[in-house]
Each structure stands twice: as structure tokens, then as C-alpha cells.
Design a protein around this ligand. Structure first.
Ligand SMILES: Nc1ncnc2c1ncn2[C@@H]1O[C@H](COP(=O)(O)OP(=O)(O)OP(=O)(O)O)[C@@H](O)[C@H]1O
Length: 227
């Protein structure tokens, strides 16, 4: 579902005399259905940059990057939007909170956007919020005032509301307590069992060992650092 061949990335710093940074070269990686792959490598090796290229936030300089058959190097914005609506999910580390939107709507939104009827979407959102131990009295409130951990759990509930065939996870268990960490690991295992292709950054080594089938060390794709 994710096919990456010989991908490279440069950043041009226009505010610093046009300096060009070569941050990635020769990146090659494949993630199939029902597989979970962990990106590893030291800080600054390019894990987040690779995830952002896969999600379509950064454009690669050269090489090939296919997500569910869509070529992300040449894709049009409307194709990327459709891919993100139906096929490619991204659980970022932090919730981007829209003021005044209740938590249950935040979680239901990916389903509503796909045309799932409101009642059904909110039922699914309620199930996830319960599983992630968000007290029901908070569901009708905006997550802006929630604790850091509560916001993270709302973010995870939102990320798993629709069963995306391809998922990117950025430290999904960071700073969760043991009970909620277990819930999240089970959600990931269920998504895998349902055939999702998952790529993630997991500093939680025990979590990585439990759910990931393989590791890819991004340091091998870092110019000047490659082993
Ligand atoms: N928008 C940007 N503009 C310029 N350079 C960038 C940009 N984003 C990332 N970089 C550079 O690309 C390299 C890889 O950064 P990246 O954030 O992908 O590393 P990482 O492996 O995710 O690190 P960490 O584990 O610390 O989060 C770094 O040298 C960083 O400075």
C-alpha cells in the first residue's frame, strides 16, 4: 500500500541565502496490507520528513512514492484530499483543536466528511471516546480546555474513527497511562488484523516490539549519516 523507491528530499532555505539542505536520499520502503512497520533512526535522521512526504505535506525532490496507487510526487491537491478522506489516515502527536467544536463532533468528523449518517458517525465516536476513557460529561465540550492526555486521546479516537486502509502514526502511545496505552495498542492491532498498512514512529520500544513486524532505519537514507 506504501511503495517508496529511491526517494530524495531537499529543503531550500529562501530566507538564508537560498541554502539547499539535502536531508534524504535513496529512501526505499514498502508497507503491505496488514503490516506494521516502524521508522527508527536518531533524532534529525528524517523520520518526520518521510512521514510528511507520504502524507503529501512535503513534496519529494526525486524518486517514486505511491500510496494506494497514487503517485504522491506528481499528485494534484484534489487527489491528495480524496486520498486523505478515504484511504490515508494520520494520527499526529497533538490534536489541532478547532475552537467551539465539541469533542464528539471532532471525533465523528472524518466519518461525516465521508458521508456516513450523523447518528451512525456519533455512535462510533461515542464508542471510541468511551474506550479511551474520556468521561461522557466532556463529550459535548470543546477539547480546547482538556488536559494534554485527554486531547491526545481525542486525537487518537478521531484518527481511528474511519478504518483507513493506510495509517501513519506519530508516537501514538507517548505520554499515555498504562490503561489507555493498552487501548491504543489494541486499536492498532485491530486495524492491522482488518488489513490496514501501518507506518509509525514509536519511541515506546515495548509498543514497537509488540505491534511492528519490521523496522526501517531512516539513518540509512540520511546523506552523510548513511551506515
Ligand atoms: N521545513 C524544514 N525546513 C528545513 N529543514 C527541515 C525542515 N523539516 C526538517 N528539516 C531538516 O530535515 C532533517 C530531518 O528532520 P526530521 O524532523 O525529519 O527528523 P526526525 O528523524 O523526525 O527527528 P526527531 O526524532 O528529532 O523528531 C533535519 O536536519 C531537519 O533540520
Amino acid at each position: 500500500m506504501i511503495h517508496i523507491e529511491n526517494l530524495s528530499k531537499t529543503f531550500t532555505l529562501h530566507n538564508q541565502g537560498g541554502a539547499v539542505l539535502h536531508v534524504m536520499a535513496g529512501a526505499t520502503l514498502h508497507v503491505g496490507r496488514g503490516e506494521c512497520v516502524a521508522l527508527t533512526g536518531r533524532s534529525g535522521s528524517g523520520k518526520s520528513t518521510l512521514m510528511r512526504m507520504i502524507y503529501g505535506n512535503y513534496r519529494a525532490a526525486s524518486g517514486s512514492l505511491l500510496v494506494a496507487g497514487l503517485d504522491m510526487v506528481t499528485a494534484q491537491p484534489r487527489q491528495v484530499i480524496a486520498l486523505r478522506r478515504d484511504t490515508l489516515g494520520y494520527v499526529s502527536q497533538f490534536l489541532r483543536v478547532v475552537p467551539r467544536v465539541p469533542a464528539i463532533e471532532v471525533v465523528a468528523e472524518p466519518l461525516l466528511r465521508r458521508g456516513v449518517p450523523g447518528g451512525q458517525a456519533r455512535d462510533r465516536a461515542a464508542t471510541l471516546l468511551s474506550r479511551l476513557n474520556i468521561p461522557e460529561r466532556l463529550w459535548s465540550l470543546s477539547p480546547t480546555t482538556f488536559s494534554g492526555g485527554e486531547q491526545q486521546r481525542v486525537n487518537i479516537a478521531r484518527g481511528f474513527a474511519h478504518a483507513f486502509p493506510v495509517m501513519l502514526l506519530d508516537e501514538p502511545t507517548a505520554s499515555l497511562d498504562a490503561a489507555n496505552r493498552e487501548v491504543v495498542l489494541t486499536l492498532i492491532e485491530d486495524a492491522k488484523a482488518a488489513g490496514a498498512a501501518i507506518l509509525g514512529i514509536f519511541h515506546d520500544e515495548a509498543a514497537r516490539d509488540r505491534i511492528c513486524d519490521r523496522r526501517v532505519d531512516v539513518t540509512h537514507f540520511t546523506p552523510g549519516l548513511a551506515a
